[in-house]
Design a binder for this molecule. Structure first.
Ligand code: SF4
Length: 324
């Protein structure tokens, strides 16, 4: 068997930063340490931190007063920040700066009186957080069909923003429909679908052509991992999303000579390497990296954590605008 290892794959700068936030906070604060929502959408990462004593919660009510709470990489709405502040919690905001950028765009457009079309998946943590920045101004758009049903007219000021982890192709189809219907739409100054999502998708698109089967390592609730699977399938290649090697069904490999292996932005590399070892043990052959795009992005730890680490008082922040 020939295994092509897609580059880039796996952890992005935002996930690295968020995970480092929890690791550092565990050292500084110890237990109990609360994290609002999964820090990143990966079962292994969450399980590992749970074993280390981190308590993941889905509501701020679950965080006792005056405890430390970390907000996940997907960002939160001002309502959540205000609720944590009201409980006297110490807040560490591990929101990816690229999600924060979208929050800031939403706030700015809302202040300027725009109707904001948020291209994304309703219910996803990131989308919920972004909507919370300007709930009266944002309408979620999930498909070109949704655009046809929008109630806004030619006299409305319209702007669009997007979730960071969308399929580039899907986003472009929806943006095209928006521009057709609202030629005067305000276009964001820069792309919202993030560099990590874009690069991992490009790698699958380019390298998938050489493979008979694509394996994506990632969790089922990871938006960018799901998109990688869909992109491979859309070009006619069989693709499976697996959390780890235990989810592989070896009947998938009947007659398969070449496998493309990639990982979503929240999937740890050791899970990829375990799959490589397993496949080579069973089928023999070789594994090699295939570079499509180089990445050099790095995000600093959030100020709230650095201040906590350096022993100075934290100024808690609430209201509009997430910071990372
Ligand atoms: S996938 Fe993109 S937006 Fe999400 S954490 Fe990574 S870099 Fe940030």
């Amino acid at each position: 068997m020939r295994i092509i290892l897609a580059q880039p794959r796996g952890f992005c700068a935002g996930v690295n930063m968020a995970i480092q936030c929890v690791e550092e906070a565990l050292k500084i604060v110890g237990q109990p340490l609360y994290v609002y929502h999964e820090i990143v959408h990966n079962r292994h990462v969450v399980d590992q931190f749970t074993k280390q004593g981190v308590i993941f919660v889905n509501t701020i009510d679950e965080v006792p007063a005056k405890q430390t709470v970390i907000f996940s990489a997907h960002g939160v709405s001002p309502t959540i920040r205000n609720a944590a502040k009201a409980r006297g919690c110490t807040m560490i905001d591990a929101t990816c700066p690229l999600v924060t950028k979208v929050h800031m765009e939403a706030i700015r457009y809302a202040r300027q009186g725009y109707k904001i079309l948020l291209i994304g998946h309703a219910g996803h943590d990131e989308v919920v957080g972004t909507v919370g920045e300007a709930p009266g101004a944002i309408t979620i758009v999930e498909s070109p069909e949704d655009v046809a049903n929008l109630p806004f007219g030619d006299s409305d000021k319209i702007a669009y923003i997007t979730q960071t982890t969308l399929s580039m192709d899907d986003a472009e189809r929806i943006i095209h429909a928006i521009r057709q219907r609202y030629p005067h739409v305000k276009v964001p100054p820069s792309e919202d679908v993030c560099y990590a999502t874009t690069n991992r998708q490009q790698a699958v698109r380019e390298l998938g052509e050489d493979a008979e089967l694509v394996l994506v390592v990632g969790s089922k609730n990871s938006s960018n991992s799901l998109r990688l699977t869909e992109i491979a399938e859309s070009s006619g290649t069989r693709a499976y999303l697996v959390d780890d090697r235990s989810e592989i069904d070896h009947r998938w490999f009947d007659g398969v000579q070449t496998v493309l292996l990639t990982a979503g932005a929240s999937a740890p590399e050791h899970l990829v390497q375990e799959i490589v070892d397993d496949l080579l043990d069973r089928y023999g052959g070789s594994a090699g990296e295939a570079h499509v795009v180089d990445e050099h992005m790095h995000f600093e730890l959030p100020l709230s954590l650095r201040v906590l680490r350096d022993g100075q008082p934290i100024r808690t922040r609430a209201g509009a605008g997430a910071g990372a």
